[in-house]
Design a protein around this ligand. Structure first.
Ligand SMILES: *Cc1c(COP(=O)(O)O)cnc(C)c1O
Length: 379
């Protein structure tokens, strides 16, 4: 037993408080708003929703929603029921929230209570939403999703024909949207784009008349015939390039910086990090930062940090909570414990990091960890 007087715990210190966190993620809500305006400008009179699944692509769904509401956005998409309920709690009544992956069987009353719009992907989900409507004693809002060729979610053509032939199929359902999703929109020349558009045309004409929605971010850049009544961008709002073959028309949104824990001079001939996959051949100035794969920085992601324009290559493997940097590009003593170095930002874009990791910007963003201290600017 330790009977030393206990000091009160520091309440202000949490995993993500500024002093305690190993890394800082800065999210520019002003850039998100500008990106929304740029997409709107391309869409003309077509309405523009905001896709907030996976906690707003990892940057914070409720903060992004608040920013988009201020731009007049009144329609949001999430993937899961829980995300929809959390978003409703955060933004209050009014704006439409569509649940892309549909309402899990049995959870319809929760979706009704949160005033969510079901995205109906199957005949079974349609029947369940009809039952929920009759129990609620009112029409319930929904999007009917048809599969125009991605084979992921939505009613297959034969299911669309089946429900179209049933005069009671949509009893109690307020069809707010008929929608589908493009598989290859980031490849403008891909023949699947036009094939999907034509399939969508054919399928939606079998259903009761309702506003139509086909495009994600990249689809907005395929031309007006893909726009229909409502666009559903996600990635482009967050600064991910919707036109990968061309320069990015969007503003960057995130900046990730990690704290220096320790700097030191390594001797010649020492092994560095797990597995000793790197050995020094001469004395080398090194620094260790507080960021690792547990923070979503994949072992194969971009392998350098940046400080005032200088590239600081990683030495050896990425650890769970730390990475060792070669800081010999900087004058001795320039980098001190507690300083922040850039992992994502003006020197290294989300796309750059994704390119190194053999992945896409979407995966880099949505992997970014829950341990970061988050700063929202430009709101
Ligand atoms: C994720 C998603 C979007 C947004 O796609 P981005 O490529 O991020 O713009 C739109 N619609 C559906 C159905 C989606 O799943």
């Amino acid at each position: 037993m330790n009977d030393a007087p206990t000091r009160s715990l520091p309440e202000e210190v949490t995993a993500t408080s500024e002093v305690a966190a190993g890394a800082v993620l800065t999210i520019d809500l002003g850039a998100i708003r500008e990106n929304y305006r740029r997409l709107k400008a391309r869409l003309g009179d077509v309405r523009c929703a905001g896709v907030l699944k996976a906690d707003g692509y990892g940057v914070g769904a409720s903060q992004v929603a608040a920013a988009l509401l201020r731009e007049g956005c009144d329609t949001f998409f999430v993937a899961l029921l829980g995300e929809g309920v959390a978003l409703r709690r955060s933004i209050g009544p009014g704006p439409a929230i569509f649940v892309l992956n549909g309402i899990p069987p049995g959870a319809e009353p929760d979706a009704v209570a949160a005033d969510l719009c079901a995205v109906i992907n199957s005949v079974g989900q349609l029947a369940a939403w009809r039952v929920a409507a009759s129990r609620a004693g009112r029409k319930l809002p929904a999007a009917i999703q048809v599969d125009s060729g991605m084979s992921r979610l939505g009613m297959a053509p034969r299911d669309v024909e089946r429900v179209a032939a049933d005069p009671h199929a949509f009893d109690g359902i307020d069809i707010r949207l008929v929608m589908s999703h493009l598989a290859c929109a980031d490849e403008p020349e891909h023949p699947a784009n036009e094939r999907q558009r034509l399939a969508f045309e054919r399928l939606r004409k079998m259903l009761p008349e309702a506003p139509a929605s086909l495009t994600n971010s990249s689809g907005i850049f395929l031309g007006a015939r893909f726009h229909y009544d409502l666009a559903r961008p996600g990635a482009a709002l967050y600064g991910i390039n919707p036109t990968p073959a061309r320069p990015n028309p969007m503003l960057p949104v995130v900046r990730l910086e990690a704290k220096i824990v320790q700097t030191r001079m390594l001797e010649a001939g020492v092994g560095v990090g797990y597995g000793h996959i790197f050995h020094t051949t001469a004395p080398l100035a090194a620094a260790t930062i507080s960021l690792g794969y547990a923070d979503g920085w994949h072992r194969r992601a971009a392998s350098a940090a940046w400080f005032e324009g200088a590239r600081l290559p990683f030495l050896g493997r990425v650890s769970m909570d730390s990475i060792i940097l070669d800081i010999s590009a900087l004058p001795p003593g320039k980098l001190r414990e507690g300083d922040l170095v850039e992992l994502l930002g003006p020197s290294q874009s989300v796309e750059d990091a994704a390119g190194h990791a053999g992945t896409i910007g979407y995966e880099i963003l949505t992997s970014l960890g829950p341990r970061f201290h988050r700063r929202y600017v430009g709101g």
